[in-house]
Design a protein around this ligand. Structure first.
Ligand code: NDP
Length: 247
């Protein structure tokens, strides 16, 4: 399985913690060169050092996915340093859950900017290179919340439904360029995601639940590795996975 991951250049947004960090570690161990984007460079540099010490290849590029030029720089840097981009994992995201009636409009704006526009900027950055290469794969992190709406998830779910629609449209449009598209929809995974929730009640209810049923970030890493490791003519379009104990 790792044969088809080895030597691939994989760009990962949101690589400074949680699912992105787990994917970086796992894919690097499978022989991929990983190019890591996020805002917290200290954490990225620590991860790069760990991967390099283990014999892998990794590079950190400070990236705010709400800044189109920064996302272009992330992808262009990968191409310049390593000769191309095989996989983009459009993973950065935030989840400040709240009821609509709380009117946390700034948080709605941030979710749209990071979770939707960040994904679009990733596509904008990677597509010209993948078209020219006539190969590539874009993996997008949606969610079980991209299939169902639960209490306080209206806006977050809206962003995760939206990226599924965008990625499905993208899949249909890039046939001529031999580009694969994969949507990964995790359920509850133990990461730092809940720390973004400013509503105390919503945060503690979700923390209790994820603390009880949540699985580790390795789960996401294995799903990404599975999708990447398929033969070039096999496109894993979507994977939904969740803790066995999750509703
Ligand atoms: P974490 O909070 O642990 O990680 C979020 C990552 O996104 C961090 O690396 C953070 O980096 C990055 N990020 C946030 N804002 C920006 C920004 N403006 N620019 C660049 N990077 C940014 O959460 P997860 O690992 O859980 O989340 C990763 C993805 O998985 C998200 O899209 C989330 O919606 C999705 N998801 C998570 C689930 C879970 O249960 N954990 C379930 C389903 C989906 P930094 O702050 O350094 O910029």
């Amino acid at each position: 399985m790792t044969d088809r991951i080895k030597d691939k250049v994989v760009v990962i947004t949101g690589a400074s913690s949680g699912l992105g960090e787990g994917a970086a570690r796992h894919l690097a161990a499978c022989g991929a060169t990983v190019v890591l984007g996020a805002r917290r460079t200290g954490r990225l540099e620590t991860l790069v050092a760990e991967i390099v010490a283990a014999g892998g290849q990794a590079l950190a590029v400070q990236t705010d996915v709400t800044d189109r030029a920064a996302v272009a720089n992330l992808v262009d840097t990968a191409v310049q340093r390593f000769g191309g981009i095989d996989v983009l994992i459009n993973n950065a995201g935030i989840m400040p859950l709240s009821a609509l009636e709380s009117l946390k409009v700034d948080e709605w704006d941030r979710m749209v900017d990071v979770n939707i526009k960040g994904v679009l900027y990733g596509i904008a950055a990677a597509l010209p290179h993948m078209k020219a290469q006539k190969s590539g794969q874009v993996i997008t992190t949606s969610s079980v919340a991209g299939h169902v709406v639960f209490p306080a998830s209206a806006v977050y779910s809206g962003t995760k439904f939206a990226v599924r629609a965008i990625c499905e449209g993208f899949r249909q449009e890039v046939k001529d360029y031999n580009i694969r598209t994969t949507i990964l929809c995790p359920g509850a995974v133990k990461t730092e995601l809940l720390e973004q929730i400013s509503d105390e009640g919503v945060r503690s209810a979700n923390s209790d639940y994820v603390g009880k049923v949540g699985i580790s970030a390795d789960s996401f890493a294995r799903m990404a590795a599975f999708a990447i490791s398929q033969p070039d003519d096999v496109d894993v379009n979507e994977i939904i996975f969740r803790p066995t104990a999750q509703q």
